[in-house]
Design a binder for this molecule. Structure first.
Ligand code: LLP
Length: 421
């Protein structure tokens, strides 16, 4: 459920007509709903309420400070994967003790910064990283709390590019070697083992892979405890999928996921952390664009929008589907026409949808891409020297620009022509 609904024939974000925002900020733009963000966060809180838990929102899904502030104020911790994300979480007011640091390639500089400014735990993904962190922490006279990220060799049955828990993926240490690496960690200076971590992939639409991976994690936890390690927390990663179409998708609900987590870990006397990103913010955002031209091609017609693959790369990169709807509600029984929906960027990959049935549309009309709150704005680029598009947050009947559109002068001013030319 989200808060983007037609009211009086016009698509609204909560109580604000998206067309009104378009008139104010111009198109294209991203728009997020505070109420949807809050609702989705609370669904996870409710689902895990019988357990000692912390929900560490995966900042990578949408890292705008306003989004982080909303979630932080609800009690969220954060999962970050770079020094930049760490700084964003802190700037949004999230304390270091609620921030976990994930990622396969943390640099010593990133480790140092997090240790200096406060960190809940590092999710360590390899032996070289373990040694680097030990060295950095010991040199600083600090102690780094760590979980080892375990690779359970479970196929998440999701898109190839976002499956992360198979043995051929770059993530985590093989679960078969976990005891040996935990023993190493216990011997190294500057480290304190606090738990274990897993994240098997994103946009999972079935609970079975979670169950397979978590069962392995629970078994391993018992073994590690018997070996004498203090496993006081388990980070279960993120990955719960969302419906991208209104009609036929029914991914598991947070409550069902929560029941699974309770069934497996409920009696283990352990604090549970999860790192959801997409489920919290995905359906809390839309991308609004304008039709520039309706072009008749040979045997197909094109809707050419002012948004492009640089603004929302998911269709080009993963073949992802996003529902695209007009801001003006189509009249019931209106004829539909199949369009290829494309952007202005100069490659054929800049195609959002092929032969998509759409209601009648003309140049100047506005459309919204649904489910664009996660991995939308954060993956944008300035390809074709197209400015990054603004982001807007709605709360009730108010809206605020939470990232302004840069001017062309600002964009060009970042380049420097060397003296010699
Ligand atoms: N934790 C870790 C360690 C992760 O790598 C990720 C996502 C998450 C949590 C959050 O997963 P979520 O709950 O959002 O599924 N750009 C892709 C998705 C990449 C996901 C990367 N890792 C897309 O647009 O589909």
């Amino acid at each position: 459920m989200d808060h983007f609904i037609y009211r009086d024939g016009a698509l609204h974000a909560e109580d604000v007509a998206l067309a009104e925002i378009a008139a104010n900020v111009g198109t294209p733009f991203y728009c997020y709903s505070d109420a949807t963000l809050t609702r989705h966060f609370r669904l996870f809180q409710e689902a895990l309420s019988p357990l000692d838990h912390l929900i560490c929102y995966a900042v990578k899904a949408n890292s705008n400070l306003a989004v982080l502030r909303t979630l932080g104020a609800l009690g969220a911790g954060m999962d970050v994967v770079s020094g930049g994300e760490y700084r964003r979480a802190r700037a949004a007011g999230v304390p270091g003790e609620k921030i976990v640091f994930s990622g396969v390639g943390k640099t010593r500089e990133e480790m140092r910064h997090a240790l200096e400014h406060g960190i809940r735990q590092f999710n360590v993904e390899s032996e070289p990283e373990l040694h680097a962190l030990s060295e950095v922490a010991a040199t600083m006279g600090a102690t780094a709390p760590i979980c080892l990220r375990l690779n359970p060799d479970v196929d998440a049955k999701t898109h190839e590019k976002i499956a992360t828990g198979r043995k051929e993926d770059k993530f985590g240490v093989p679960i078969a070697r976990a005891r040996e690496i935990y023993a190493q960690a216990a011997r190294l200076p500057g480290l304190q083992v606090v738990g274990a971590d897993m994240h098997i992939g994103s946009q999972l639409t079935d609970l079975a892979p979670f169950e397979a991976a978590y069962t392995k994690l629970a078994d391993l936890t018992r073994t590690l405890r018997a070996d004498g390690h203090q496993i006081t927390r388990l980070d279960l990663g993120g990955g719960l999928g969302i419906p991208y179409t209104r009609s036929n998708e029914t991914p598991p609900l947070p409550l069902e996921y929560g029941a699974l987590v309770q069934r497996i870990f409920g009696e283990m006397d352990v604090e549970i952390e999860i790192e959801p990103g997409r489920l919290i913010v995905g359906n809390a955002g839309v991308l609004v664009a304008q039709v520039i031209y309706v072009k008749e091609g040979e045997g197909r017609d094109f809707l050419i929008l002012d948004a492009a693959m640089n603004d929302l790369i998911r269709p080009a990169m993963y073949g992802a589907h996003h529902d695209i709807v007009p801001l003006r509600e189509p009249v019931a029984g209106a004829p539909s026409q199949a369009f290829d929906i494309v952007g202005p960027v100069c490659e054929s990959g800049d195609t959002f949808a092929r032969a998509r049935p759409m209601p009648p549309l003309a140049a100047g009309d506005l459309v919204a891409f649904r489910s664009a709150g996660a991995y939308g704005a954060v993956m944008a680029s300035e390809y074709n020297t197209r400015p990054l598009i603004p982001e807007v947050m709605v709360k009730g009947d108010q809206f605020a620009v939470i990232r302004a559109r840069p001017t062309f002068d600002e964009m060009l001013a970042r380049d420097t022509i060397p003296q010699w030319s």
